[in-house]
Design a protein around this ligand. Structure first.
Ligand SMILES: CC(C)(COP(=O)(O)OP(=O)(O)OC[C@H]1O[C@@H](n2cnc3c(N)ncnc32)[C@H](O)[C@@H]1OP(=O)(O)O)[C@@H](O)C(=O)NCCC(=O)NCCS
Length: 187
């Protein structure tokens, strides 16, 4: 009897086991993202990439033929999340890297996929001086992303898009820029 009372007391002290809180949506997504592999696009990805382009860019979407050219073209790096929830493309000419596209499926956004894609495209760009892109002034999602990823506005192109909106030219400085500056100041 005394034994069972002390067991009851021990149970009372320990209390009922608190259930773990369910993972938040953001937490679940961050875990999924951590498992994602970023890899170069291959031609077998074309149908899925073409469908995603269409979903994200509508009348401005690249055709399948154009996507193929971007996968195979000179100076291009075309990377995808291996579940094809996102993709990004750059073209390098001289010391300038142009970010031509970056897109993530709407239901997979805000989990760091675009950041992973961009990080992958930044690998090996140490000799370049800057990464440039154009973005519509009306595209607040992309602007939020680019500002968060250290791009700043360096120019404006009026009436640039089909809808008449202006394009902001944004730049992220790369390590080559600092080296070029140091070399010039020592001349
Ligand atoms: C822009 C885009 C690629 C961002 O993709 P994403 O995977 O959601 O971006 P990330 O999760 O890596 O975001 C990293 C950071 O960027 C910022 N950011 C991203 N989306 C944002 C938004 N909608 N509003 C404000 N800031 C945003 C945040 O600081 C975010 O960090 P946080 O989620 O911890 O706050 C995505 O919204 C998209 O595909 N848009 C449509 C296509 C497009 O317009 N592409 C650009 C023109 S080519």
């Amino acid at each position: 009897m005394a034994r069972s009372r002390s067991r009851r007391r021990a149970r009372r002290i320990a209390g009922p086991r608190a259930p773990l809180p369910p993972p938040t949506r953001r937490g679940r997504r961050r875990t999924q993202k951590a498992r994602l592999v970023i890899r170069p696009a291959v031609l077998a990805d074309l149908p899925a990439l073409s469908a995603l382009e269409q979903e994200l860019f509508g009348p401005d979407a690249w055709s399948e033929q154009l996507i193929r050219q971007e996968i195979e073209g000179p100076g291009r790096r075309f990377v995808v999340a291996d579940d094809l929830s996102g993709y990004a493309v750059t073209m390098t000419a001289g010391d300038i890297v142009d970010l031509l596209r970056i897109g993530v499926r709407p239901d997979a956004r805000r989990s760091g996929i675009a950041s992973r894609l961009l990080d992958e495209l930044l690998v090996g760009t140490d000799d370049a001086s800057r990464m440039l892109l154009e973005v519509s002034v009306t595209n607040s999602e992309a602007l939020g992303f680019y500002v968060a990823r250290q791009f700043s506005v360096i120019d404006v192109r009026p009436h640039y898009y089909r809808d008449g909106s202006e394009a902001l030219v944004m730049c992220r400085w790369l390590p080559g820029a600092a080296r070029a500056e140091t070399a010039t100041s020592h001349d």
